[in-house]
Structures are given as structure tokens and as C-alpha cells.
Design a protein around this ligand. Structure first.
Ligand code: SF4
Ligand code: SF4
Length: 57
């Protein structure tokens, strides 16, 4: 399952540059992960300061 960004996201942007497949982009009020691109590597989760990124599994 791809990773997902919850409503806890404070839109800091730290995760965007960590994604090796550029699956993360800025949404309306939080960042979002493109589930078609995400390879479940977990790199983005490591850098999120508020633990807003979770495995969708
Ligand atoms: Fe990108 Fe990996 Fe995060 Fe998926 S888990 S959005 S591939 S950094
Ligand atoms: Fe949102 Fe966390 Fe990504 Fe920052 S690192 S934009 S708080 S999901």
C-alpha cells in the first residue's frame, strides 16, 4: 500500500524533496502523495516533523 499524508500535515514541505520518485506535491491545504507513483520506500516518513505520513496498509 502507498503511503498517505494525514490532516496532521502542517505543509512544511520537508517531505517533497525526499521522495525519489517525485510522488509528493503541494495540495490545497496540505501535501499529498500520488498513490500511483509511491513505491512505499518510507523516506518521506523519516523527515516529517509531525508524523503526518503513514503507511496506507
Ligand atoms: Fe515517495 Fe517513498 Fe514517500 Fe512513497 S514512501 S511518497 S515513494 S518518499
Ligand atoms: Fe506535511 Fe510532514 Fe510533508 Fe511537512 S514533512 S509537508 S508536515 S507531510
Amino acid at each position: 500500500m502507498p503511503y498517505v499524508i494525514t490532516d496532521e500535515c502542517i505543509a512544511c514541505g520537508s517531505c517533497e524533496s525526499e521522495c525519489p520518485v517525485e510522488a509528493i506535491s503541494e495540495g490545497d491545504d496540505k501535501y499529498v502523495i500520488d498513490s500511483d507513483k509511491c513505491t512505499d520506500c518510507g523516506a518521506c516518513m523519516e523527515v516529517c516533523p509531525v508524523e503526518a505520513i503513514v503507511s496506507g496498509a
